[in-house]
Design a protein around this ligand. Sequence first.
Ligand SMILES: [Fe+2]
Length: 462
Amino acid sequence: MAQYRLLLVDADPLALQTIYGILGGNMDLELRSASSGAKALELTDELPFDCILISMELPDESGIALCQELRNRSSTKAVPVVIISLINSEANIEASFKAGATAYLTSYELGTRLLDVVQNILKKQDMRQGRTILVVDDAPSVCDIVEEALTLTGFTVIKAYNGREALKALESVTPDLIISDIVMPEIDGITLLKTVRSWPEKAAIPFMAMSAFSERSYLLRMQHMGVEAYMVKPFNMDHLVMQVEQILANNYNMLLKKREFLERERGLLLGTITSLVAALEARDPYTHGHSENVANIVSQMVKIAGGSEADVEAAYLGGRLHDIGKIGIPDAILLKPGPLNSDEMQLIQQHPVIGAHILEPISSLAGIISIVLYHHERYDGTGYPNRLKGKEIPLWARMTAVADVYDALSSDRPYRPSMSIEQTMSVITSIRGSHLCPECTDIFMEWVKQQEFFKGDIKKTE
Ligand SMILES: [Fe+2]
């Protein structure tokens, strides 16, 4: 399916080819055509469109009349319309915008301007999509007018008729922008703004104020309090929509930059982790690939358990790093082929604590330190380093413990060869509820069911 679906309303059969020639090579689009206003209305009843291009000269009505009809229908009222005309007439341009057109082009401008105009329109549409605006005013008529103008532009609007209702709405929704009146009964706009700014999860929502006060000192005070824009009543709706788009575009660009920064930081972090794990695995060939296996299994288990994308990512990083503290264990102990004496055992049991210390200075890894520190705790309280019991052990550390035990048993170790899958599964089942968390073991079993290589193995043994 193409990214965008456009409709061209034009009686000229060659127009479709011309428009596709201009747009098709630069955009992923599906271009439909209708030869009259009536056919266009039929088609817009059947399919949603991202933009409609209308020729001014249609056989059954003028392009402007069709534009007006599209604006009056609920399914098309927010779809941008570009009017294309043979004539560059001021009167036509004005009538087109009055009828709700987003742009007006003459046929002679198509080659030079159409692509830019359509791309800009679609970019703005993308920016508006899924954007929610909370409109607060004790005058229902103001709320309704602002709602209509913003809905028509493609935004989703939530209305509140005073500050108290707005705060109630904010408990369940985080809008992309708040537009609020200042003078309201009970909780006024200034109290609303202060409350939003002191609310950690809501503090970054841009705030636009609207009021009849127009004194400079008042506007400056509002600006000082962190208001992004101030509209003096009565205001022009087109001006309001333009201000809203400007604020959201700035915010959108800021979020994009923040995301790029976080992605770069994540890349650096993954590079560092890979180097740390490579340093450990270069010393200890028996654990080669172990961290990667544990990371893959535990992250898939978290996904099965319904974890968010961020949870899955954290579990993966935790798995990659769970044994990183072994870097601090001497070769003589780490690589010893026989069983360890009690002193050596005590030392190797320090690896979760050493690992947690290594990661402590890296603030972005704060959330996974508990995985590293507690992956050897046992559900019955006989593990190390803190002998935590049951659900005292953080959930992701309990999940990692199951994946860790599975991979350790099914791989070769200095002191024993690997177990078969049947033996491994029977050991895991036998320690469910003692060594391993029962719920996490069940999630692991779900993961096992999804693995093709297990299915193959089970078939072979049948
Ligand atoms: Fe470990």
